[in-house]
Design a protein around this ligand. Structure first.
Ligand code: GA4
Length: 333
């Protein structure tokens, strides 16, 4: 990304946010995946926040580091090289523009389709990089993270006394519609003056994730914030050795609102870059998403959402602005 003149922040319609120093979220639920007793804490975390941190995850560190270093090489390459892998439609390299509805952020990214048999040769067709190698590295990482996501979903189902694979089968389905993104937030030196003037620059604006579950791993730069209640943003201390999980809108619906799909955002940093990689576990396009009948019957609850297919929801999500309340139109009361 090219160095900014002082006025660039204002000129490029980047959004800012307050407060400058949000409080640190020190009580992030911590789930030890090697401990089977953590099922209870896991469900509690999904109900209280829809967000938690996972340790003892068993993902080989070399998968993480290889991907991180390949991605760092890509983002460090000349702008002209990166742009050959974009613009995203919806997959590929993106710079500042997020989605198709005018959202902008201080971020560069690679958005990749990680369905079975997908390949990135098209995205990288005009670049000198070796897509096959990058493809293998992404595949290894995504496979490992997806297995972990399924293990987590099975622990949740178990604790809720549901069929063990009721959630995980959606990610394991050959037709699953999962995506993977690497976000690179360049440092923004001009921000220092701006911060002093009462605001932080938005790297990735507030939103909820539409899918079932998201698995995030970032380097040790801070920036991720979650919203505990309307307007109450807290900063999540980074931890490159752990994963952060958040419940997506579709899982909120399947659990009839028990689990929360939390709003989150990323603020830019004036001195340090930040890189994160996120796996979004999505169901097959034709999958019907609705509160699980077994849960409703057992608890004698009314369904809080109208049923939709993932195709319908995804379509409406991708045609909405980032901060939009996407579940609103599907809520019954
Ligand atoms: C948020 C979660 C994922 O990053 C994503 C995003 C997608 C995109 O970047 O194209 C969206 C956003 C995300 C939700 C609303 C729409 C679509 C940008 C946007 C404005 C890949 C996804 O699945 O939904």
């Amino acid at each position: 990304m090219v160095a900014l003149s002082k006025s660039t922040i204002q000129q490029s319609s980047m959004k800012t946010c307050k407060p400058v120093n949000p409080s640190i979220f020190s009580q992030i639920p911590l789930i030890d995946l090697s401990n089977p007793d953590s099922k209870h804490l896991l469900v509690k975390a999904c109900q209280d926040f829809g967000f938690f941190k996972v340790v003892n995850h068993g993902i080989p560190l070399h998968f993480i580091h290889e991907l991180e270093s390949e991605a760092a090489k890509f983002f460090a390459s000349p702008q002209s090289v990166k742009e050959k892998a974009g613009p995203p439609d919806p997959f590929g390299y993106g710079n500042k523009n997020i989605g198709r509805n005018g959202d902008v952020g201080w971020v560069e990214y690679l958005l990749l389709d990680v369905k079975r048999d997908s390949n990135y040769n098209k995205i990288f067709s005009s670049s000198e990089e070796h897509p096959e190698n990058f493809q293998c590295i992404v595949d290894d990482y995504v496979t490992a993270v997806k297995n972990m996501a399924c293990k987590i979903l099975e622990m949740m189902a178990d604790e809720l006394n549901l069929e063990r694979n009721v959630f995980s089968k959606l990610l394991m389905d050959e037709q699953n519609d999962s995506v993977f993104r690497v976000n690179y937030y360049p440092p923004c030196p001009e921000l220092q003056d701006h911060e002093n003037n009462g605001g932080n620059l938005i790297g990735f604006g507030e939103h909820t994730d539409p899918q079932i579950i998201s698995v995030l791993r970032s380097d040790n730069t801070s920036g991720l914030e979650i919203s505990l209640s309307a307007g109450n943003w807290v900063s999540v201390p980074p931890d490159s050795g752990s994963f952060f999980i958040n419940v997506g809108d579709s899982l909120q619906v399947m659990t009839n609102g028990r689990f929360k799909s939390i709003k989150h955002r990323v603020v830019a940093n004036s001195k340090k870059s930040r890189m994160s990689m996120i796996y979004f576990g999505g169901p097959p396009l034709n999958e019907k998403i609705a509160p699980l009948p077994s849960l409703l019957e057992r608890e004698e609850e009314d369904s809080r959402y109208n049923e939709f297919t993932w195709f319908e929801y995804k379509n409406s999500a991708f045609n909405s602005a980032l901060s939009c309340n996407r579940l609103g139109p599907f809520e019954k009361f």
